[in-house]
Ligand binder design. Structure first.
Ligand code: SAM
Length: 237
């Protein structure tokens, strides 16, 4: 069954789409640290270029791991870039912006190389909880363009859906240089996408629902890849 929700983008006074606060911003003040002089009394201000003078002066309330406190956004992205996984994620014509946001946030958490968005370019980023600013995103007009890009970049495409002929994700060996491709809420992975994939993997289900929420399915599949190829010694502790 489709797991769509009505899309209600926030709009500004001119009717333009604006980014609204996400759940972590609603609890303003719960997260993060105050100004450096308050948190580290008596200690000199860090002078390394990674640090952002404005954050040092005013505090850092962003949803980032402690190791990146007070770091400039560009410095954080550059640091993640040194150790991104050879794992790419693609979402085919997702209609629900919250699902796109969920995928982007989870991809960020797993240091995915790039999230490929097939279809519409504009989406409400609220659900990504600002994680999209640290995650490489790429847009493709259609699945054919995505598949061509994957071939050129030596990535093996694995479709994720519970369609006939799919193999269990739980026992499948996922390629290391891999692009996991997820299908639209409702119709699922298109025939063209499945034809371009090495295999289609399904997540085992045991209840009554036909399918899992697409964002949740993406999280499960990303973690399957991490279990097979991730180096836990370099994960945040
Ligand atoms: C909501 S599902 C819809 C398609 C589904 N085949 C159906 O019959 O209803 C949307 C996407 O979520 C992912 N998904 C949901 N449940 C899954 C499962 N059990 N196994 C693999 N992928 C799943 C797939 O990428 C799928 O294309």
């Amino acid at each position: 069954m489709p797991d769509q929700q009505p899309e209600v983008p926030e709009t500004g006074t001119q009717g333009e789409e604006v980014a609204g606060p996400g759940p972590t911003e609603w609890g303003e003040g719960r997260h993060g640290v105050g100004p450096w002089v308050v948190e580290h009394p008596g200690q000199p201000l860090p002078t390394e270029p990674n640090f952002d003078p404005e954050l040092l002066a005013e505090g850092d309330r962003r949803n980032v791991v402690d190791a990146y406190r007070y770091w400039a956004r560009e410095a954080i992205v550059a640091d993640i870039d040194t150790r991104r996984h050879p794992l790419h994620i693609a979402i085919e014509n997702f209609e629900n912006d919250a699902n796109i946001g969920t995928v982007v946030r989870t991809a960020n958490a797993f240091a995915v190389d790039t999230v490929h968005i097939v279809g519409r370019r504009r989406w409400n980023r609220r659900g990504a909880m600002v994680t999209d600013r640290y995650q490489h995103l790429m847009h493709h007009p259609d699945v054919e363009s995505l598949l061509t890009w994957a071939i050129r970049n030596d990535l093996t495409v694995v479709a994720i859906d519970n369609t006939p002929g799919s193999v269990p994700l739980e026992t499948a060996e996922l390629p290391r240089e891999c692009l996991l491709l997820f299908g639209q809420e409702g119709p699922g992975v298109s025939a063209a996408a499945q034809a371009g994939a090495l295999m289609t993997c399904s997540i085992a289900q045991f209840g009554s629902t036909r399918s899992i929420n697409a964002g949740v399915a993406a999280g499960i599949a990303m973690h399957s890849w991490i279990r097979q190829h991730g180096d836990l010694d370099v994960a945040w502790k």
